[in-house]
Design a protein around this ligand. Structure first.
Ligand code: FE2
Length: 197
């Protein structure tokens, strides 16, 4: 499969998952301005961790899960927390890349669509960002933490909504987790770690 075909398959399957989920569609309609944009793939060790992952299964989103993994060598893996004290273990294992949006193979001015991957036994500390956000679990499970809300363990097909600048965190236990994440509004400010008060 060519690189272009890999991107198109990723787009089509992620769009199918998005439009097939009522909570994502009520969060924001799927954009009507999605266009291909050129990217230069950027490798990070977390991409290799994802490709070697054996713990991800999905009944509902099996093809999307495979498309996300197959695209791993051809995407721009993000380094959001590179200049923080989050530590090398997190930096080398936490994976995030864009499908639609800055650094992704597709652009839109309406929403952003990301992939987030965490292997088992990883803690993503409290962080926040102006964009409102909905996570959809594609495969695996994780404990989702939101300030002001009880912790929730969510698995395949579940969603969670983060308000603008609401601190949130995630932890994987025995299972890895693979998510598709949508952003609306406030795109231009990346996530930052939440300083304890
Ligand atoms: Fe977030």
């Amino acid at each position: 499969m060519s690189k272009s075909d890999i991107y198109q398959r990723l787009l089509h399957l992620s769009r199918d998952a998005y439009v097939g989920h009522s909570e994502l569609m009520s969060f924001a309609p799927y954009p009507d301005d999605v266009a291909r944009q050129a990217i230069t793939p950027f490798h990070r060790p977390c991409g290799d961790v994802l490709r070697q992952e054996t713990g991800l299964v999905s009944e509902t989103y099996a093809e999307l899960k495979d498309a996300i993994i197959d695209a791993a060598p051809y995407v721009v893996w993000r380094e959001t927390y590179k200049h923080t004290n989050i530590g090398d273990r997190f930096l080398n294992n936490f994976g995030c890349y864009s499908i639609v949006g800055e650094g992704g193979p597709f652009s839109s001015r309406q929403i952003r669509v990301w992939v987030v991957y965490m292997p088992a036994g990883l803690y993503y500390p409290w962080h926040h960002h102006p964009a409102e956000e909905t996570y959809l679990v594609i495969s695996g499970s994780a404990v989702f933490k939101r300030k002001g809300c009880p912790d929730e363990t969510l698995g395949e097909g579940s969603t969670v909504f983060h308000e603008s600048n609401q601190p949130h965190a995630m932890e994987t236990l025995e299972d890895p987790v693979l998510c598709m994440v949508a952003w609306r509004n406030g795109f231009d400010t990346p996530p930052v770690l939440t300083t304890p008060t």
